[in-house]
Design a protein around this ligand. Sequence first.
Ligand code: FNR
Length: 184
Amino acid sequence: MSTPLNIAVVVGSIRKDSFNRRFAEALARLAPEGVQFNFLRIDDLPHYDQDQDGDNAPEVRRLKAEVEAADGVLFVTPEYNRSYSSVLKNAIDHASRPYGHSKWKGKPAAIVTLSPGPLSGSMAAQHLRNVLAVLDMPTLNQPEMYVQWKDGLVDEQGKVGPASQAFAQNFVDAFVAWVHRFKR
Ligand code: FNR
């Protein structure tokens, strides 16, 4: 049997009942056979401090190892004040350093933003897209995935609700195909 495709999922909200996490978990259930979604922990990372570049905390070493092992990265984040969240930026900065040793480089990525508001985090997505460009992460352009949280988006079984299922499946399939294109 071939090794499964390993997709690292980084959720930009660390609150317990995060809508982003619930939606990310529902997306993971749409993964085709042979694709694993591995949720990375970011809530226990220290604040990024360049003085620690040569002496990373175990949590930072864990994050770096998980990113390194991933074939692709799915970012699922809320919008905070028209950008993405600071906890996500902290995680990104950690695995980008020391200079020249970024773990993100070359990893195919996709962005999902989700908010209860009507703009659905689209500005957060644009900010994150800029950052992924400088990290040299080829990022899926289409389909875009800006999601407004509404009752029924994720059902009681944790699945994407019927109204959004085709849209969500199309996105997951496009992202998996995107990651396959870059797999060595
Ligand atoms: C928000 N929220 C928000 N929503 C939005 O659509 N655009 C925005 O700019 C902001 N700004 C913002 C700032 C801060 C500090 C907070 C705490 C919240 C609302 C946000 O989308 C909402 O709280 C989501 O539920 C957060 O996602 P999780 O935690 O449910 O995944």
